[in-house]
Write a protein that binds this ligand. Structure first.
Ligand code: HPA
Length: 260
């Protein structure tokens, strides 16, 4: 991060919360004023463009994980640069938005879910800051991958808005970018997974390594492979995403003042 950007980001006082947007969420609030802070990190020649959104619910940092034009596939995202940049900007709490497929019965399309566990099936991604001889704390605790206090705020906000929010689920993170086979989903079911997505890891673990409090808010946009009728339709996924994104925005804006 350049000194100027660092100074400016640091002076964005009070903005201690960040949202990492997934598919369909490229801005927190459509008409919010946005300031951009280019943050250089050791993980990319290009700076991460951190957006500071002045929303109706207060200020929050925002990163669209797939890029503003959705150009990055899950395995192409520079998770380390994103998390590092947020840490540099003084962020303490992160809400990650992820779209997922539903594996277990209750996880119907349209369901909003607050997972409390995850299993990582990804491979070949840069998944740690703790490599090399400089590493100090290689074995961070990850018993509970998601922050319960942020989850509680999201639950209260959902209650206030009368929005159903399913609490407690196991998130399977697969490599993608293709969707899974029906047999792969049956294996995930046997492993105890409830929902499946491609972007939850290594993000959650990198946040933990940096000491950031991190919660995931997931939206089910399709029955996972073999769990619905026929094949997975991109159009159906788009429709559920479109229908659910308003609820996600409302929930985030209701929760922000309690997390700032
Ligand atoms: N599998 C993996 N990732 C996903 C899915 C799915 O079915 N739906 C949305 N993201």
């Amino acid at each position: 991060m350049s000194q100027t950007a660092k100074g400016k980001a640091a002076s964005a006082m009070g903005a201690r919360v960040a949202v990492i947007g997934g598919s369909g969420l490229y801005r927190l609030e459509q008409h919010a004023t946005v300031e951009y802070f280019p943050i250089l990190t050791p993980f990319c020649a290009e700076p991460v463009q951190l957006a500071l959104e002045h929303t109706s619910a207060g200020r929050a940092w925002f990163i669209p994980r797939h890029g503003v034009e959705h150009t990055l596939a899950p395995h192409e995202i520079n998770y380390r640069a994103n998390l590092w940049a947020l840490h540099e900007a003084g962020v303490q709490r992160v809400i990650a938005i992820n779209t997922v497929g539903g594996i277990t019965e209750q996880m119907l399309p349209g369901t909003l879910v607050l997972p409390d566990q995850l299993i990582d099936y990804t491979w070949g991604r840069e998944h740690t800051f703790n490599g090399g001889p400089q590493a100090t704390d290689r074995h961070v605790d990850f018993t509970w991958p998601y922050d319960g206090a942020i989850g509680a705020v999201l639950q209260q906000s959902a209650h206030m808005l009368d929005l159903p929010l399913h609490k407690g689920a196991v998130y399977a993170c697969t490599q993608g970018p293709r969707l899974e086979s029906a047999a792969e989903i049956r294996k995930l079911l046997r492993d105890g997974c409830d929902i499946v997505g491609m972007t939850g890891m290594p993000e959650a673990a990198l946040a933990r390594e940096l000491g950031l409090r991190y919660a995931c808010l997931a939206l089910v946009v399709n029955p996972a492979a073999g769990m619905g009728e026929g094949e997975i339709s991109a159009e159906q996924m788009r429709q559920h995403l479109h229908a659910g994104i308003g609820s996600i925005r409302a929930l985030l804006l209701a929760a922000l003042p309690q997390l700032a």
